[in-house]
Design a protein around this ligand. Structure first.
Ligand code: ADP
Ligand code: AMP
Length: 214
């Protein structure tokens, strides 16, 4: 099962991807998490990506495409995976499609989590993230048991630098311009599925399971 999560920043892609991966036992590949881990470890890739991320801009395609294409070829991806935050541009989607085609594969589902821009700022301002294990929480909608501490691994939670309201506005503009066209791209390939992301976490997940099958 090869799944792509589509939707605006803050729509709940990562949250749902985590739940899908736990249920179907497939890896969660988040390009945002990969970049944040590289920034934390001060790698060359992290240094290159950081300036774009801090401004709410996309990291250039050439820094992300090979990384994902190599990742989906690894052994743990043989039963499928969830891509979260990739592709984000038409050239990225084409590169993935061509890489999969070369081995006779294709994306099975592109799940668009729909949330209007008005709801996004509130989601982002309450988001808390664990840079150690990638888990995501919300102070109001998905709180941790102990404030500021990751339920899954016990590490300290951070407020992402790019979740400031000003940066979120840029990210939404970038989303509408560069990423939203992917909805038509995957609709043309008959794999697009849309879910209402304004509902509660569990209700959104139920809608996704209804699409993927129990
Ligand atoms: P994305 O991966 O699309 O950027 P996240 O999964 O990180 O989005 O979710 C953004 C924020 O909104 C997080 O703080 C998350 O806990 C919260 N969230 C996700 N889904 C919902 C939902 N259905 N209702 C309320 N809050 C949600
Ligand atoms: P995310 O965690 O998915 O919200 O991603 C955080 C930031 O990482 C984005 O705002 C981009 O700057 C960068 N990023 C993540 N994935 C991609 C991608 N596929 N293409 C370009 N930039 C990306």
């Amino acid at each position: 099962m090869k799944i792509i999560m589509l939707g605006a920043p803050g729509a709940g892609k990562g949250t749902q991807a985590d739940m899908i991966c736990a249920k179907y036992n497939i890896p969660h590949i988040s390009t945002g998490d990969i970049f944040r881990a590289n920034i934390k470890n001060n790698t060359e890739l992290g240094q290159k990506a950081k300036s774009y991320m801090d401004q709410g801009l996309l990291v250039p395609d050439e820094l992300v495409v090979d990384l994902v294409v190599d990742r989906v070829k690894t052994d743990d991806c043989k039963n499928g995976y969830v891509l979260d935050g990739f592709p984000r541009t038409i050239p990225q989607a084409e590169a993935l499609e061509n890489a999969l085609k070369a081995s006779g594969e294709n994306v099975d589902y592109a799940i668009d989590v729909e949330v209007p821009d008005e709801n996004i700022i509130k989601r982002m301002s309450g988001r808390r993230a664990c840079v150690t294990c990638g888990a995501t929480y919300h102070v109001e909608f998905a709180p941790t048991k102990v404030e500021g501490v990751c339920d899954k691994c016990g590490a300290e939670l951070i407020i992402r630098d790019d979740d400031k309201p000003e940066t979120v506005k840029n990210r939404l503009a970038v989303y509408h311009e560069q990423t939203q066209p992917l909805i038509d791209f995957y609709a043309d390939r008959n794999v697009l599925k849309e879910v209402d992301g304004t509902k509660k976490l569990e209700e959104v997940f139920d809608a996704i399971v209804a699409i993927l099958g129990a």
